[in-house]
Design a protein. Structure first.
Length: 474
């Protein structure tokens, strides 16, 4: 017997879990399915950018994420068994009131996923492991999905969050356009090591016939992440003995100093973008839609933000009475962002872009989106389409007001009209950093509409069905 769901999310990685959380708090009946028997076990996507920290604040997991991780240590360059100098891995940034999270936060990917899974469970969501999708068929009303074992499932919408080798994307016939960023094979492994301090990110430059190696202590654990590059055409040995031999060959350490190899994988750095992010009732998110070099720390972050963009739109259509055309704006808004971030990832990998403002993702926005409406005659520093910055206004921290699945109207020196309960209103006389006006902040933290006065605001909100809601949610 087939089970009906509002949304089926294929893949329990960061994007799938974040989407599951967002839908669960909106009362959408969603199920996450994962072909593996458990969550991904490695540390690969360990860097959380400031914008993703803001998303995690909204999703209710920030405290756990902060407790689980730390800032990155300073790089330390080694040569011939000696420390020869420090290396700044990230450009410095000035703290500001509008951006409470200013630098990357390190949490091993497996731990981030555990935190997201726990939050999903708190909200009543669940994951079905050991469910490998083998095919799907669409019609006017929904999608029928088949699995390698067990009953099929029918859902009104399906989201493919099943990684760079996405089974769903291939079943839909959606191509990926991209390039090989670097022909040299790479290894990434989680290991236990004696003989290295945990105060530095240890960097071992390339030697004759060998690529670089970096050994980074993983925050909140006893592990180190080893990343190493190999000559083109090398068959990477992922066995524990192979990893031990690698560390010994490229550092002053002995093989036995690697006391455990907990996980290891190899990859070829590439950048690829799906030709489409939507096919009928099926959407692509995360690595299923875009594959990055890990050098820029953009892949997991872009993936989580895909989910944050799609979640409120699915909720608006499925629960709030919005028209289904709203879902077209997911690809419209996210595909250009993914393309931009692929360029950043590739640039960092090739040494053309520093890890700094471009990688923090705070400047991304949707000014050109069809959902964006700037009505002011003389827009100030924050415009419709921009990320809504944090601020303390009349004793209210804006990020506290934004947190949750609702819309927020920030009224700065302007009269706020009566609005549906689904819209939270913050009134302030101060103008920094917004400028004067009315700013309607979308559930994903971007200004959707802005005006000098309320004319047009109700009509704009009507596009999203918000007037039919009677509560703010949780």
């Amino acid at each position: 017997m087939m089970t009906d769901r509002d949304v089926l999310i294929v893949g329990a990685g960061p994007s799938g879990l974040a989407l599951g959380i967002d839908l669960a708090r909106r009362g959408v009946d969603a199920l996450v399915v994962e072909k593996a028997g458990g969550l991904f076990p490695g540390s690969r996507g360990k860097g959380l950018q400031p914008r993703t920290m803001e998303v995690f604040d909204d999703l209710g997991v920030l405290d756990a994420i902060r407790e689980a991780g730390s800032t990155y240590p300073v790089g330390m360059i080694w040569k011939d068994g000696r420390r020869v100098g420090e290396h700044a891995m990230f450009d410095p940034v000035e703290e500001s009131e509008d951006s409470p999270y200013t630098e990357p936060w390190m949490v091993p990917q497996w731990r981030t996923q555990e935190i997201l899974r726990a939050r999903l469970g708190e909200l009543g969501g669940r994951i079905a492991f050991g469910r490998e999708l083998t095919g799907l068929a669409q019609d006017e009303d929904g999608v029928t999905v088949r699995f390698a074992s067990g009953p099929g499932l029918r859902a009104r919408y399906v989201v493919a969050a099943d990684g760079g080798r996405s089974t769903v994307r291939r079943a839909l016939g959606i191509g990926m356009t991209g390039e090989t960023v670097d022909p040299h094979p790479m290894l990434v492994a989680d290991v236990r090591i004696t003989g290295l301090d945990r105060d530095n990110w240890h960097l071992f430059p390339p030697g004759p016939g060998a690529g670089f190696m970096a050994v980074c202590p993983l925050a909140g654990t006893e592990d180190f992440q080893v990343v190493a590059q190999f000559p083109e055409g090398t068959e990477v040995d992922l066995s524990p003995d192979g990893v031990r031999a690698l560390v010994a060959a490229r550092s002053h350490l002995a093989p036995e100093d690697v006391t455990q190899v907990r996980w290891a994988s190899d990859f070829r750095p590439r950048a690829a973008l799906a030709d489409r992010f939507r096919h009928g009732r099926v959407f692509l998110a995360g690595d299923a839609a875009h594959v990055h070099s890990p050098a820029g720390g953009q892949g997991l972050n872009t993936s989580v933000q895909d989910a944050h963009n799609l979640g409120w739109k699915l909720g608006a259509v499925l629960r709030d009475g919005a028209g289904p055309a709203l879902l077209d704006t997911y690809e419209e808004e996210r595909r250009p962002i993914a393309a931009e971030m692929l360029g950043v990832s590739t640039g960092v990998h090739r040494g053309e872009i520093r890890r700094g403002a471009a990688t923090r993702q705070l400047g991304l926005g949707y000014r050109e989106s069809s959902l964006t409406q700037e009505s002011r005659t003389a827009p100030g520093p924050v415009r419709a389409g921009d990320r809504a910055p944090d601020a303390l206004m009349d004793g209210v921290r804006l990020f506290d007001a934004f947190r949750g699945p609702h819309w927020t109207l920030v009224a700065v020196g302007a009269q706020a009209p009566a609005l549906p309960d689904r819209v939270r209103v913050v009134r302030a006389g101060a103008q920094e950093p917004y400028g004067r006006g009315l700013f309607l902040v979308r559930p994903d933290g971007y200004v959707g509409w802005s005006g000098d006065r309320a004319a047009g605001l109700t009509d704009y909100l009507g596009r999203f069905g918000t007037a039919q809601n009677a509560s703010l949610g949780t």
